[in-house]
Design a protein around this ligand. Structure first.
Ligand SMILES: Cc1cc2nc3c(=O)[nH]c(=O)nc-3n(C[C@H](O)[C@H](O)[C@H](O)COP(=O)(O)OP(=O)(O)OC[C@H]3O[C@@H](n4cnc5c(N)ncnc54)[C@H](O)[C@@H]3O)c2cc1C
Length: 232
């Protein structure tokens, strides 16, 4: 495979920015915290803007360009690469399937690096077999109440918004799952660092929640993973 000139240039730009602007900021955050200096620098350097491209509205980056961005960043600053990947992973369900108002509420601050995003799919008893997830979503007034627990959620202690996958159809397997955009400060939403002893565990946390949230349509996880892959 041969890269086009534009693709090569994209990777080179990411590499140069990682070396000159991002690597000097790495390691500045305490364990368990998001490095907001790296996050805002990714935005200031225009790299988050490449992930959340803006034309008439927000547009998706191609999977190839995302790979090149990540490759370029990882050469000099793996923290920046991970931070960018997690922003995309956490926010792409919203971008791909959120209604206009949900997109407008969350994507601008995520794209500007003002808040971090989290992708909340895994549960203690639902890892590879995601169709077994059990966190329940029940209609409640004009919203939904989510009850259950997530685990291994990168950025979980400090993200401003989470794409949370929940079961709306008991017994419906993968067809009964819906994604919700959940604000990090939602009432009843408890975030704790867990479990100890996991590789890179300073970015992991468990989510225990009982919240109301805005709905998104589902069948998003595969699309997200294709674009962002697992970040760690
Ligand atoms: C550092 C880190 C960051 C993470 N970040 C996130 C995140 O941000 N959001 C999120 O939702 N999750 C996250 N996860 C969770 C991760 O996606 C899960 O660990 C993953 O889905 C696997 O689930 P599991 O650990 O329960 O393993 P299991 O599903 O129990 O699998 C254990 C092993 O069995 C194998 N296996 C499973 N099923 C089969 C099968 N049918 N046939 C053959 N082999 C099989 C697997 O390949 C694996 O090797 C993170 C995990 C880690 C370690």
């Amino acid at each position: 495979m041969t890269l086009t000139d534009a693709q090569q240039a994209l990777r080179d730009v990411a590499e140069a920015k990682a070396k000159n602007h991002l690597a000097p900021l790495a390691g500045a955050a305490p364990a368990g915290a998001i490095n907001h200096r790296v996050l805002t620098a990714l935005a200031a350097q225009g790299l988050l803007g490449r992930v959340f491209r803006q034309g008439d509205g927000f547009e998706r980056v191609s999977a190839m360009d995302l790979c090149l961005l990540r490759e370029g960043l990882a050469r000099y600053c793996t923290e920046a690469e991970t931070t960018l990947a997690l922003q995309g992973l956490g926010a792409y369900p919203i971008l791909l399937a959120g209604s206009d108002d949900v997109v407008q509420r969350w994507i601008p601050p995520v794209a500007a690096g003002e808040i971090a995003a989290g992708f909340a799919l895994t549960e203690p008893d639902a890892g590879s077999d995601v169709a077994a997830l059990s966190l329940a979503a029940e209609a409640d007034g004009d919203g939904f109440r989510l009850t259950g627990e997530k685990s291994y959620i990168s950025n979980a202690p400090h993200a401003g918004v989470y794409s949370v996958f929940a079961r709306t159809g008991p017994g419906a397997g993968a067809r009964g799952i819906t994604a919700f955009a959940v604000p990090g400060d939602a009432e009843g939403f408890v975030r704790g660092v867990d479990p100890p002893g996991v590789a890179a565990s300073d970015r992991q946390a468990a989510l225990r929640r009982r919240v109301r949230a805005l709905g998104l349509s589902f069948n998003l996880r595969l699309a997200c993973c294709c674009l962002s892959s697992w970040p760690l």
